[in-house]
Design a protein around this ligand. Structure first.
Ligand SMILES: CCC[C@@H]1OC(=O)[C@@H](C)C[C@H](C)CCCCC(=O)CCC[C@@H](CC)/C=C/C=C(\COC)CC[C@@H](O)[C@@H](O)C[C@H](O)CNC1=O
Length: 154
């Protein structure tokens, strides 16, 4: 199914970039792409977003398995009829599995996208996080549009 292929593309992009960072950069090393805007910084995070719940791997395994089962269920249930549900779910699946592999193999997640918004340094993230965030945003937009349509039909 096309959505699993999309998940595989996200997963390969995530794992390949993480592999390159781990192979060619020291932890803490930073390479400015655009000075003071976007840097590539080799970083590790044993927690979830914003470094919360450091080291709670069993919690992350349980949450990730629940999230993964939920995504596959909804791809089967909704993906057939509505590709605008299937595409975000495929992207979410790729991101979820990407960070899951890191947590199983290393007990932490490899991060490297270091964005500065003005003087604020956003938490360093990776391709999987980007996919998760994009997937969540697409799903919210899709559900919002559906709700608007339902209201109009009434
Ligand atoms: C993006 C979800 C985080 C990702 O969740 C995952 O793996 C999922 C599949 C499994 C988790 C165990 C459960 C998710 C908890 C939800 C959560 O946390 C609320 C998030 C809000 C979110 C809006 C959607 C903000 C965004 C943040 C960031 C991403 O910005 C692009 C900063 C990322 C950096 O702190 C980086 O160090 C994180 C590190 O890579 C580990 N990543 C994770 O835990």
């Amino acid at each position: 199914m096309i959505y699993y292929l999309l998940a595989l593309v996200v997963l390969i992009a995530d794992q390949l970039t993480k592999w390159l960072i781990a192979a060619y950069m020291e932890i803490g090393e930073t390479i400015p792409v655009i000075e003071d805007v976007i840097h590539i910084t080799s970083h590790r995070n044993a927690g979830a977003a914003f470094g919360i719940l450091q080291g709670q791997m069993w919690l992350f395994y349980i949450v990730t398995i629940i999230v993964t089962v939920g995504i596959v269920y909804f791809i089967k249930k909704m993906g057939q009829t509505d590709k605008w549900i299937g595409i975000p779910l495929g992207i979410l699946l790729g991101g979820t599995v990407g960070n899951f592999i890191d947590r199983i193999l290393h007990g932490e997640v490899i991060d490297f996208i270091d964005v500065y918004i003005g003087t604020y340094s956003f938490p360093i993230f990776n391709v999987a996080d980007s996919a998760l965030t994009v997937g969540v945003i697409l799903l919210i937009i899709k559900l919002f549009i559906d709700e608007r349509k339902e209201k109009k039909e009434k």
